[in-house]
Design a protein around this ligand. Structure first.
Ligand code: GAR
Length: 194
């Protein structure tokens, strides 16, 4: 596979911990003719995951970060981001919380996708909580990352209908399809301010 590197593109890093469907949608968006971003680097907190396989298949520079020591892990990530001149960080199913210092050093340059209609259901088990509360809608949100968990300024969010018969898995699957379309749109919006 030949990696497409456009001139003057915004160099981006995608952080993952698993399946990587959002990484895939960001990458597919990045290789479109008029896209202004390039997925330059993938950071993964896990080694043997589908997202890493995808990144390697498409020759994207990929680094697995050992998170046993968070301070060391973040120092290593910062070094990699600087070395690769990364201008935008997209968290896509990255299941580690970035430290306040890390967030501060990339102020307004880190965005995240979260599987709920923020500010509802920050943190984990979003689908279980939406079902338990008998919400009529759930959805997903792309937001800037600030120093508090899932609390930064919202960039875009989209509702997804919640059915009475939904299991968390069924709802997650429907929301994920919407996430995969929403993330590229949110990136487009963010980079218009760069
Ligand atoms: C997505 O549903 C994303 O919103 C969620 O993890 C999944 C990753 O899927 N992120 C979080 O829960 C972050 N708190 P993917 O690996 O297929 O992109």
């Amino acid at each position: 596979m030949v990696k497409l590197v456009g001139k003057n593109k915004i160099l981006s890093a995608v952080f993952i911990s698993g399946r990587g469907s959002n990484l895939k949608s960001i990458y597919n968006y990045s290789i479109k003719k008029n896209s202004k971003i390039c997925v330059e680097l993938v950071i993964s907190s896990k080694s043997d995951v589908l997202g890493v396989k995808f990144a390697r298949k498409y020759n994207i520079k990929t680094q697995i970060i050992n998170y046993k020591n968070k301070v060391k892990a973040e120092a290593r990530i910062i070094k990699l981001l600087k070395k690769n001149n990364i201008q935008l960080i997209c968290l896509a199913g990255f299941m580690k919380v970035l430290s306040k210092n890390f967030v501060k050093s990339f102020k307004n340059k880190i965005i995240n996708i979260h599987p709920s209609l923020l500010p509802k259901y920050k943190g984990l088990n979003t689908h279980e909580r939406a079902i338990k509360n008998r919400d009529r809608f759930s959805g997903c949100t792309v937001h800037y990352v600030n120093q508090n968990l899932d609390s930064g300024k919202i960039i875009l969010k989209q509702k997804v209908k919640l059915y009475k018969s939904d299991t968390p898995e069924q709802l997650a699957k429907r929301i994920l399809k919407v996430e995969n379309k929403l993330y590229p749109r949110a990136i487009n919006k963010v980079i218009s301010n760069f």
